[in-house]
Design a protein. Structure first.
Length: 314
């Protein structure tokens, strides 16, 4: 087991005073309240480590962010976005943020520990998912997207690495470090502001590459790529390098492998549409409702998806 990148620093004097005078239920949590375990994931300026609350025994995943590195790389804005978006969300399909604290070197985000890790690992292990499993996971991902959009959040980097699975094999979406909070302009179809952020090459939408603008609909493009990948075992657009991948995306250059189920093909073709306002799911609530009644979801009971047991992956 790998220890966290940096040894947790001692609490400040004010926190020590707090420790001795405030009952544990009210006191702000700190590094000392947790027993750190193994590393679950590593990002460019953060490490996610499993941890156990010493008083309750509850298991969490703690994201440890290196302050110096964040400042040097000018990522302060993104760290704030991650904290602010996670703080306003409360949904079974989205990783919950329980506490935040810091020491002189690091910021700590105490999150749900999704015991079964990344969806990507299951795609790699199994090669691909059958139609039934794809429908189940797509429905949970879509339900989570619907919720985050209703809270004014666009994820902008949806991909199988950011879709975690909990102990019940239910979806928990994570990594809101590149999300965007949009001001309440009805349904935010298009955002005028230019944006320098580009997500992961294979899942990036054509509007982000061409207009440097992401909208809610960009998350539905990524959903189309994910559905394709669950069934085909690989993402639809993959070049030998990022530039070649981007070329394929803006030219809508992809094909379906033989045996791809027609109902899934129809849905993917309606999501992988170059014009974001013509993409299935766009157009606010009415758009999402249209997406949810696509024949691909005909066996899905939308009001029960978080109670339904996960199908066995084969
Ligand atoms: N890897 C990154 N974040 C994680 C989390 N919250 N739970 C489990 N594994 C993770």
């Amino acid at each position: 087991t790998t220890p966290p990148t940096r040894a947790p620093q001692p609490e400040s004097q004010t926190q020590k005073t707090q420790l001795s005078q405030t009952p544990p239920s009210v006191r702000k949590k700190g590094v000392k309240d947790f027993e750190f375990g193994k590393t679950l994931g590593e990002g460019s300026y953060s490490t996610v480590v499993s941890a156990r609350d010493r008083t309750t025994g509850r298991e969490y995943a703690i994201k440890i962010l290196d302050k110096k590195h964040i400042i040097k790389e000018k990522k302060v804005k993104y760290v704030n976005i991650e904290k602010n978006t996670l703080n306003k969300m409360n949904h079974p399909g989205i990783v919950r943020l329980y506490y935040t604290f810091q020491d002189p070197d690091s910021l700590y985000f105490v999150l749900d520990h999704a015991k079964n890790g990344e969806l990507l690992a299951f795609i790699k292990k199994l090669g691909s998912f059958d139609l039934n499993c794809t429908q189940y996971y797509t429905a949970q991902i879509l339900s989570s997207i619907e919720y985050m959009h209703s809270q004014g959040v666009i994820h902008r980097d949806l991909k199988p690495e950011n879709i975690l699975l909990d102990e019940k094999m239910h979806v928990k979406i994570t990594d809101f470090g590149t999300a965007k909070i949009f001001e309440s302009n009805a349904d935010g179809e298009e955002d005028a502001r230019a944006n320098s952020f580009v997500g992961t090459a294979e899942y990036v939408s054509p509007e982000l590459l061409k207009e440097k603008a992401a909208c809610k609909s960009s998350d539905f493009w990524a959903l189309g790529c994910i559905i394709y990948q669950l069934i085909a075992g690989r993402p639809p657009f993959k070049g030998t390098n990022e530039y070649m991948t981007f070329q394929k995306i803006v030219n809508l250059e992809y094909t379906f492998p033989e045996g791809f189920p027609p109902v899934a093909k129809d849905l993917v073709q309606k999501l992988l549409v170059l014009n974001p306002s013509e993409r299935l799911g766009s157009g606010g609530n009415a758009g999402i409702e249209k997406l949810k009644i696509h024949p691909f979801f005909k066996e899905i009971q939308w009001d029960k998806i978080w109670e339904m047991p996960a199908p066995r992956l084969l």
